[in-house]
Design a protein around this ligand. Sequence first.
Ligand SMILES: [Zn+2]
Ligand SMILES: [Zn+2]
Length: 316
Amino acid sequence: MRALVFDEGLKAVDMPIPKRGRGEALIRVSLVGICNTDIEVTRGYLAYKGIMGHEFVGRVEEADDADLIGKRVVGEINIVCGECQMCRGGNPRHCDNVKAMGINGWQGCFADYVVLPERNLHVVPDLVSDRQAVFTEPLAAGIEVLEQVHILPTDLVAVIGDGKLGLLTAQAIHASGHDVVVLGKHEKKLKIAESTGMDVSFVGEFTERVDVAVDCTGNASGIETAMAIVRPKGTIVLKSTFHKGIPVNLTPVVRNEITCVGSRCGPFPPALRLLEKETVSTEPLIDAIFSADQMTDAFEAACTRGSLKILMDFRA
Ligand SMILES: [Zn+2]
Ligand SMILES: [Zn+2]
């Protein structure tokens, strides 16, 4: 099978189809999305080596659970032990022995086939196309903010960052009825946010104070913007992961008694529901779809500054 592997460098290789273990499914991959975390992996994040990728939609070819066979699925990225204190305490995404597909200790989905535990899989509703379903994982990550922070109906929420994650997270919060302003640097991307009914502003030009600021910039400057615009006693949600940090003065957090919340992966079922109802618009976020025969070109396109979602198609 074709696979995009990171091992010091990025290589498109040919390798055997993986074998599934007990309770695991073998999935024929249809469409995958390249995420900023993938780019960070190639810069040394978590020292990962192996097949890249964690955003996919595909069809189950083999599984213990006969009901799953032939089903179109998306998959949660964390592979957990089910036995440690975090798992037993109801926080399996923070399992002490966690592995993450294409990021940490588990082979990714930028390949013709991927293996995942059956319990990680969610069947995609018929009304949700492959092109929408491939956004389930990053949209779920946006929805996680709503699980973590109690946003009041009168609150103003700023999402900092007009990239893929920012535009999905902002839409997820907006879909639940909140006032959302997206702060970004790119006119084209802010237009996308505007077209979904949200307010937008260039980062440096925004002068209001917000109750909740969500950093989706993917770089360390996001928290500084967040500290500058959030009101005293407000909340900052941090969604950026990067391989290396920069020194940040957190004094405003102390002085203004700001609550900081780290936020990573989220629940898939509500993400699939939002896609099914077309409450969240994903099509404008697609920059290009590459064939799986052009995986290194696709990755290069994803690394280009300012690019939105790059997809890779394994169906042909
Ligand atoms: Zn991702
Ligand atoms: Zn565990």
